[in-house]
Write a protein that binds this ligand. Structure first.
Ligand code: ATP
Ligand code: MG
Length: 397
């Protein structure tokens, strides 16, 4: 028996004139994502992509697992394809065992796209409903709120039988909203922030600041590993690694300790601005959450934001740690995030950071050193790497 996958769009279905642009990007993302499993044909119809394996031995379980991670798809259905013969369908109702054995109620929905098929939709519904009740006598019909909807669609090239709907990731296809630069630290929050913005259709690339010898090579590798893990949802990721030691030392030697963190974050922003300008990113993403630490109070955020020249997206700003952690576990970055390597933020942590810094005081303090020149130098020395979807090259114990 041949199985195919139906991927239903979510929000794309609501798009108007430019809908086909979103559909093209979604199809491309699906193709790319499934390539390693074999070849598939993709056809779109009625807000659904029909994903059909073109080789005999393709592993459908793995294909479904991949499709579940693709943004832009709201629900997924596995579907068995039979010849257009009603008996061929009813003889194979065992296909529905997994979906119906544990259910209490069901209904049948039939669609006859091929009008030459002798039974009309209401007749198909009636007859298939009876056949289902014969096999699964514990079930009740509930046309209003069924636990499972059994669908049979008679199409030109076969009869398609399906039952269970699996939730998809939702959101919009990666690449349909442009591209943005995620400030990725080794913590729990920023990978989650990247996931959330990729879900809104952004290509997410990452920028990370390192301060050797205060931060180790392993700390950088940990962040690279996070990038690899994020490709599961975000697709390929470019990784910019910025040498930040000189700026931090200059800051330590020339600015009041209570302002260290805020000035440091402003310098990160200034470097991110330049990379965005040069590489054509439309926004900066951070994993800041309001009031989580001293550098994320309203006053501190005002100071950081004043250094940004691009829109700054902070998707986890209103979430607490438990909520962020839950997503982090779901997307598979949590275990890496909690590995105990130092971040440059923790290197010169002030003993008493100012929780209500004033922007004018911060700007005055920055005049003690030629930070603009150092920002330019750091941008020049920034290195770039690319992490490809599915590749695993970074190993840490
Ligand atoms: P996270 O869990 O993401 O590390 P956090 O709660 O530890 O966040 P901070 O260390 O104050 O918070 O950092 C706030 C945000 O600043 C991070 O979410 C990230 O976007 C950015 N950031 C911090 N350190 C770095 C770094 N070394 N490189 C790149 N971005 C960073
Ligand atoms: Mg951090």
């Amino acid at each position: 028996m041949k199985e195919i996958i139906l991927a239903k769009y979510g929000e794309i279905a609501l798009k108007g004139d430019n809908r086909s642009t979103f559909e093209d990007i979604l199809s491309r993302n699906i193709k790319r994502r499934l390539k390693h499993l074999g070849s598939f044909s993709l056809n779109r119809r009625q807000s659904t992509v029909y994903i059909e394996p073109l080789e005999e031995d393709i592993d459908i379980d793995s294909a479904v697992a991949e499709v579940k991670k693709i943004f832009g798809i709201s629900a997924i259905q596995r579907c068995a394809v039979f010849p257009k013969d009603f008996d061929a369908v009813t003889e194979n109702l065992g296909y529905l065992d997994g979906a119906l054995a544990g259910a209490k109620s069901f209904k049948v929905e039939a669609k006859r796209s091929d009008k030459t098929f002798p039974l009309k939709s209401p007749d198909i519904q009636q007859k298939l409903g009876d056949a289902v009740l014969d096999r699964f006598s514990h079930l009740k019909v509930d046309v209003h709120e069924p636990e499972v909807t059994v669908r049979l669609e008679i199409r030109d090239n076969g009869a398609y039988l399906s039952a269970k709907r699996i939730p998809g990731q939702g959101g919009l296809p990666v690449g349909s909203s442009g591209k943005a630069l995620l400030m990725l630290s080794g913590g729990i929050d920023s990978p989650v922030a990247g996931y959330m913005m990729a879900k809104r259709g952004l290509i997410v690339d990452c920028i990370h600041y390192v301060s050797p010898p205060y931060t180790s090579d392993r700390a950088r590798l940990k962040v690279e590993k996070l990038c690899e893990e994020m490709t599961e949802y975000c697709g390929d990721i470019r990784f910019f690694c910025v040498p930040f030691t000189e700026i931090q030392e200059k800051l330590r030697d020339n600015c009041p300790e209570e302002f260290f963190t805020v000035i440091m974050r402003r310098m990160m922003m200034k470097i991110a601005n330049k990379i965005c300008e040069r590489e054509d990113y439309g926004a900066i993403i951070t994993g800041e959450s309001l009031a989580q630490v001293a550098s994320q109070t309203l006053s501190a955020l005002k100071c950081t934001n004043a250094a940004a020249e691009f829109p700054v997206f902070r998707p986890v700003i209103g979430m607490d740690k438990t909520e962020i952690t839950e997503i982090s576990r779901k997307i598979g970055t949590f275990e890496t995030s909690i590995m105990p390597y130092e971040d440059c933020c923790t290197v010169f942590t002030p003993r008493h950071p100012r929780t209500k810094p004033k922007l004018s005081d911060i700007i005055d303090a920055e005049k003690n050193a030629d930070f603009d020149k150092m920002v330019d130098e750091a941008v020049e020395k920034t290195t770039v790497k690319r992490f490809k979807f599915g590749e695993r090259t970074v190993f840490l114990d």
